[in-house]
Write a protein that binds this ligand. Structure first.
Ligand code: SF4
Ligand code: SF4
Length: 357
């Protein structure tokens, strides 16, 4: 008898210790073009028949809600409020959850979201991480559970899981490991810290790239800020909901050496990297890098990726501190937190061998 494949198990372990409350007047997650499933599209068009929800991106068959040109927000955002809130598509209902879909569906938290409390992040430096159940993510989890019941999810996950498992086993063998958990435990016990060789970090996109592709973050008292390379420095741009180009907030030098850091700042950086390495999505993106490099040990690739991520984080933290006129030496944990907020959405956008829900 034919049986439909079962949906993948939902792993919630990376939600422990986080509390979430959406911040009014933020809108960071709406500076995007969210994907829209066919059933969702009809509901959106009932709210606004003129809504541009049929833009096809990247040659796939998925619809997206268009964002305004020149670095603007999603068509439905108006004065930092969603005009289609009850009918908003799945990525918006699930945010700030991010779900990697491979051998399992693993949820993690998008730490760029200013509504996510990072108070327990450093506890991920321990073998087990924080114990507390998440707070304030119930509706988002409900959206994820509903999406997992969609008929296409189980077959999609099954196909990816086989290919992912084969690639991961080969990659782990290159470092004499048999289980991702062993690799994670090694990294957590000896977290790689960015060194002189990792600075300056890889350049940001530049003025040739569309504003909507630039790394962004939410800056208190300013709004949404995007950053790009400008000569040998880095330019910060204030984006407008309606688009039309960004307003320059200045060009700043790029951090070209590891900064001295307070003990609590080091703990927060290590906590972040120990969190990231536990994400299936990170290991999938490291797999993608490992395949390009050919011949490297997988553990070395993972460690190098984490050092590069740490260097990017510190450089953006420094930039944000300069923009606020609050540069301190040694660097404080508050400044490292600014860097985490400015880097995590980018990290989750990296190419990977896995799939997303
Ligand atoms: S980024 Fe977070 S705080 Fe900001 S609007 Fe989105 S969910 Fe709310
Ligand atoms: S549909 Fe609504 S929640 Fe989603 S990105 Fe657009 S404005 Fe934001």
């Amino acid at each position: 008898m034919h049986r439909d494949p079962a949906p993948p198990t939902l792993d919630l372990s990376l939600l422990r210790g986080f509390a979430f409350r959406c911040q009014p007047e933020c809108g960071l997650c709406c500076f995007t073009s969210p994907a829209v499933a066919p059933g969702e599209r009809q509901r959106l068009l009932q709210i606004d028949p003129e809504a541009p929800v049929s833009v096809v991106k990247g040659g796939d068959a998925t619809s997206h809600i268009a964002s305004r040109e020149g670095g603007g927000a999603c068509y439905f955002l108006s004065e930092a409020r969603c005009r289609c809130h009850p009918a908003r598509p799945f990525p918006c209902r699930a945010f700030p959850l991010h779900v990697a879909l491979n051998h399992r569906a693993q949820a993690s938290v998008v730490l760029s979201c200013p509504g996510v409390d990072l108070g327990r992040l450093e506890e991920w430096r321990t073998d087990d991480g924080p114990e507390e159940s998440p707070v304030g993510l119930e509706e988002e989890l409900e959206a994820v559970r509903g999406e997992l019941r969609s008929p296409d999810v189980a077959p999609r996950s099954g196909t990816t899981a086989d290919a992912w498992g084969r690639s991961m086993r080969r990659a782990l063998r290159s470092s004499r490991l048999s289980d991702p958990a062993d690799l994670i435990a090694r990294i957590v016990r000896h977290p790689p810290r960015p060194s002189d060789d990792d600075f300056p970090p890889a350049p940001l996109p530049d003025a040739q790239d569309p504003l909507e592709l630039l790394p962004m973050y939410q800056e208190r008292g300013v709004g949404i800020v995007a950053v790009r390379s400008q000569g040998s420095g880095c330019e910060a741009l204030e984006l407008q909901e309606g688009g039309g180009g960004g307003r320059s907030l200045g060009v700043f030098s790029v951090l070209d050496h590891p900064p001295s850091m307070e003990g609590s700042a080091i703990e927060l950086l290590e906590g972040y990297l120990a969190y990231v390495v536990r994400r299936d999505h990170f290991l999938s993106s490291a797999l993608w890098t490992w395949k390009q490099l050919k011949g490297e040990g997988f553990q070395e690739v993972v460690e190098q990726r984490l050092r590069e991520l740490g260097a990017q984080l510190l450089a953006r933290a420094n930039l944000r501190a300069m923009l606020r006129g609050l540069v301190s030496s040694p660097m404080s944990a508050e400044t490292v937190e600014l860097g985490i907020r400015a880097v995590d959405m980018d990290e989750l956008d990296r190419p990977s061998l896995g799939q997303l829900l």
